[in-house]
Ligand binder design. Structure first.
Ligand SMILES: NC(=O)c1ccc[n+]([C@@H]2O[C@H](COP(=O)([O-])OP(=O)(O)OC[C@H]3O[C@@H](n4cnc5c(N)ncnc54)[C@H](OP(=O)(O)O)[C@@H]3O)[C@@H](O)[C@H]2O)c1
Length: 467
């Protein structure tokens, strides 16, 4: 048996309570340890975790259990002990926290790793590898807790982005892993818990986003179709909260203008801090809604636009935030003002979807300019494995397989925009975000929307909702 003992002391500029809470949800390790590809909780008590370690680029499974969990004491001490078991190795991680001030603490990290016997000559190599991994993990944890503001893409990433296709490689898990900081630890409970509403919670990104927001302590308003499915979503979200949170469910069919108006009325009455327009869909076939609108446009553009327009004045008064989940696919299309409903052109699902998402981006930027105290943030999630992608794009889903982001990774930027204090009171409003960095809105020549086109688009939208 060979043993490796690692020891690090990490001063942190975050309160003991926040750091303890963040580390106690050990699946967050995916957000700060570059030696971990993915981490998921195995049980609703969040005391067993399945990890995929990144061992020289290969995914190696490991399972952790939380054996000791001593929350912050009156003396400002807290401790967590986790035991990990992999194929041929075990690790005991001890994390001891001591408060050093109201908003600072120190983490003492100790890992005792045992593996099958390693030949003497290789021991220094193993030691060196362990030291490097633990340094990277501690740097990642510090960044996750202290430097989790907006990122600035480097020169190489900006150039790849400009070439569209090379930039799209980062829409996979690769982009998520390359983000300099991925921590989600801005808790939104406290004396006045944030009230956050989100559509499309019965599946995919919406469900994962609501689970993360529950973990951060938000009270939630879940919007979806079908009472039973909403109740199932609420049951899948509740265990993520560390204490009782309030969850309300509202049913709405978002292809209908009347139902969207009803929903807007209800949401205004609920005085939300954040509203997330997440519901969306891509269809193979052209169809009209009961209102006579092309269905892709209705769900991905007209309905979220109507909700945004209705909520904007009251949200602006209170410094609230509205988040639009659009798609990187919008880079491939400009808006086509002479044929928004594909009446003269052969219907193409991905094109219709991309145009609708671009239209939502355009009108959102218009309203962001109109309301100075409103935080209107537009984001795209990259490519994530969700039921929506599996059914709308089966070949794409199969080809990319494990390279697609998990729903949790796909919803990262949405959760960050909803919870980070930097976005309070309209700060940084109107930008288009991907992986926590502001991005250009058009990359392909001829796809940018001019100021005049934006006005025509707004008139077209007004006609749709008034007819
Ligand atoms: N996954 C990706 O890679 C990706 C990439 C770019 C953008 N996006 C965007 O991310 C958002 C979430 O997508 P997803 O991948 O998580 O898809 P998903 O698994 O299909 O989830 C979509 C959600 O939207 C709801 N929804 C669809 N049509 C609706 C309607 N007419 N009325 C009410 N709710 C409706 C669905 O409800 P039902 O369950 O009742 O159908 C579901 O809860 C969408 O806006 C999508 O365009 C996703």
């Amino acid at each position: 048996m060979t043993t490796l003992n690692l020891h690090r002391v990490l001063p942190l500029k975050r309160s003991l309570a926040d750091v303890f809470r963040y580390l106690r949800d050990f699946d967050n390790i995916e957000q700060w340890d570059p030696g971990v590809f993915t981490a998921e909780r195995d049980d609703s008590a969040a005391s067993s975790f399945a990890l995929e370690l990144n061992v020289l680029g290969r995914a190696v499974p490991m399972r952790y259990t939380l054996d000791v969990c001593e929350p912050p004491s009156a003396q400002g001490q807290a401790r967590l002990v986790l035991t990990g078991v992999g194929d041929g190795f075990t690790a005991v991680d001890t994390l001891t926290l001591s408060a050093t001030g109201e908003a600072t603490c120190t983490l003492v990290y100790r890992a005792d790793i045992s593996t099958a016997d390693v030949p003497g000559l290789l021991k220094p190599v193993l030691n060196c590898w362990g030291e490097r991994l633990s340094n990277a993990a501690m740097n990642g944890l510090k960044a996750a807790l202290e430097n989790d503001g907006p990122a600035s893409p480097g020169m190489a990433e900006r150039m790849a982005e400009r070439l569209v296709l090379p930039g799209m490689i980062n829409y996979t898990r690769r982009g998520y892993r390359q983000m300099p900081s991925r921590g989600l630890s801005r808790y939104v409970d406290g004396a006045n818990p944030q009230r956050i509403g989100i559509s499309g919670v019965t599946s995919g990104l919406g469900l994962a986003c609501a689970q993360q927001l529950a973990r951060l302590g938000a009270d939630l308003v879940l919007v979806g179709r079908g009472t039973d499915r909403l109740a199932q979503a609420a049951a899948a979200i509740r265990p993520w909260a560390s204490h009782a949170i309030r969850i309300d469910c509202v049913e709405a069919e978002l292809s209908s203008i009347a139902a969207t108006r009803d929903l807007a009325e209800q949401l205004i009455g609920l005085e939300l801090d954040v509203w997330i327009n997440n519901a969306g869909a891509l269809f193979d076939e052209q169809a009209l809604t009961a209102d006579g609108l092309e269905r892709t446009m209705a769900i991905n553009f007209v309905s979220p636009a109507l909700l945004t327009q209705a909520l904007a004045p009251s949200f602006a008064r209170r410094g609230g935030r509205i988040i639009q989940v659009v798609s990187g696919g919008l880079y491939t299309q400009g808006i086509t003002l002479n044929d928004m409903a594909f009446t003269n052109e052969l219907f193409n699902g991905p094109k219709a979807y991309a145009r609708a998402k671009r239209a939502l981006l355009d009108v959102s930027q218009h309203w962001a300019e109109q309301y100075s105290n409103l935080g209107l943030h537009i984001m795209h999630p990259g490519w994530a494995a969700t039921p929506g992608v599996a059914s709308a794009l089966p070949d794409f889903n199969r080809r990319l397989g494990k390279r697609l982001r998990t729903p949790r990774q796909g919803s990262d930027t949405t959760v960050w925009l909803a919870s980070h204090p930097i976005f309070a009171n309209g700060h940084l409003s109107g930008r288009f975000w991907f992986d926590r960095a502001p991005r250009p809105t058009a990359l392909v020549p001829g796809t940018a929307t001019s100021a005049t086109d934006r006005q025509v688009l707004l008139s077209w939208y007004e006609q749709q909702i008034s007819s």
